[in-house]
Design a protein around this ligand. Structure first.
Ligand code: 3HC
Length: 291
């Protein structure tokens, strides 16, 4: 059965992006946020991104209006009762996420509904164990910026039912038009298991004076044809998120290459977590690196 009604928990950077791609794919979208301020910020984030889609010719004015009309917001997770698929995209905090899954499990009535997390660091098995129906739990891991990057990782556990996994894959692939790869429930899944050691190595290079941040980024853009360098990318992802993934991978694999370097810890401690706070390895004004 095709998914027509989705719920998104959290309207931050990732939640807003996922809500936007769902609304653009003609799906009815209900977004949960905790406060009026966070709701307004999330709505503005989506509308700005839709505007960008219009100005770059990717969508028409009419498609923008239709997508905006498909988005509704709520402060009450109980409103998710009729949702066929929910994606949780809140902070990488295990307690907050498990509480949300316990509540969603009680609220969402469809026994075949997909309860998905966009987590990049918390085991899907842990989230499933906070529910009475771990067969409904999967990871649906999107990439930032969500409207631009075509990949979704589908993470299943031993408890996930094949019907739920297929429904999630059909939604991400056929409805949202993303390419789907499947991963086992191992820390980092496929992409972050490869990406995070690379980002941490770049941070260690800067920390030790091996090269400047500008030169590390320039080297990978010009020498490896990456769209952006690792320090700019860490700022885009959020240094708090990079640290959370590194911590999770270090806990699971106990490999020194996953240990977060002191410079990363200091920057996160100082609240300099990247583009979303206006300062990380670079300074940002209006979403662009300040000159
Ligand atoms: N929303 C919508 N569209 C956006 C966008 C956004 N936030 N950001 C960029 N775009 C679109 C622009 O409209 C533009 O479209 P056009 O080519 O049709 O005009 C296109 O993307 C390119 O944007 P820009 O010209 O502004 O800038 P760049 O060419 O420098 O591209 C970038 C910016 C898309 C961010 C590109 O540098 C890139 O793809 N970088 C790599 C990002 C990446 O690796 N992400 C994965 C991170 S890992 C992750 O998310 C997982 C998590 O668990 C950590």
């Amino acid at each position: 059965m095709t998914v027509e009604r989705v719920g998104i928990v959290g309207a931050g950077q990732m939640g807003a992006g996922i809500a936007e791609v769902c609304a653009r794919a003609h799906v009815d979208v209900l977004v949960y946020e905790q406060t009026r301020e966070l709701t307004a910020a999330g709505r503005n984030r989506i509308l700005r991104s839709l505007d960008r889609g219009v100005s770059s010719g990717k969508i028409t004015e009419r498609e923008r209006e239709n997508a905006a009309c498909r988005l509704r917001f709520t402060f009450d997770l109980a409103d998710f009762a009729d949702r066929q698929l929910v994606v949780e995209a809140v902070l990488e905090d295990e307690k907050i996420k498990t509480d949300i899954f316990t509540e969603l499990d009680a609220v969402v009535t469809d026994p075949g509904a997909v309860l998905a997390s966009n987590t990049s660091s918390i085991p899907i098995t842990t989230l499933g164990s906070a529910t009475t129906s771990p067969n409904r739990i999967v990871g649906l891991h999107f990439f930032n910026p969500v409207p631009v990057l075509p990949l979704v990782e589908l993470v299943t556990t031993d408890a996930t039912s094949e019907t739920v996994a297929d429904r999630a894959e059909q939604f991400a692939g056929d409805v949202l038009g993303k390419q789907v790869v499947r991963s086992a429930d191992r820390s980092g899944f496929v992409v972050n298991a490869l990406l995070v050691p690379y980002l941490l190595s770049a941070i260690r290079m800067v920390e030790s004076g091996f090269a400047t941040k500008e030169d590390v980024d320039k080297a990978t853009v010009l020498g490896l044809a990456h769209p952006m360098g690792p320090l700019a990318l860490a700022d885009l992802i959020g240094l708090d998120t990079v640290k959370a993934i590194a911590d999770s991978m270090y806990t699971e694999f106990a490999e020194p290459l996953f240990a977060p370097p002191p410079l990363l810890l200091q920057m996160v401690g100082a609240g300099q977590v990247g583009k979303k706070t206006g300062i990380g390895f670079y300074r940002y004004e209006n979403g662009r690196v300040a000159k």
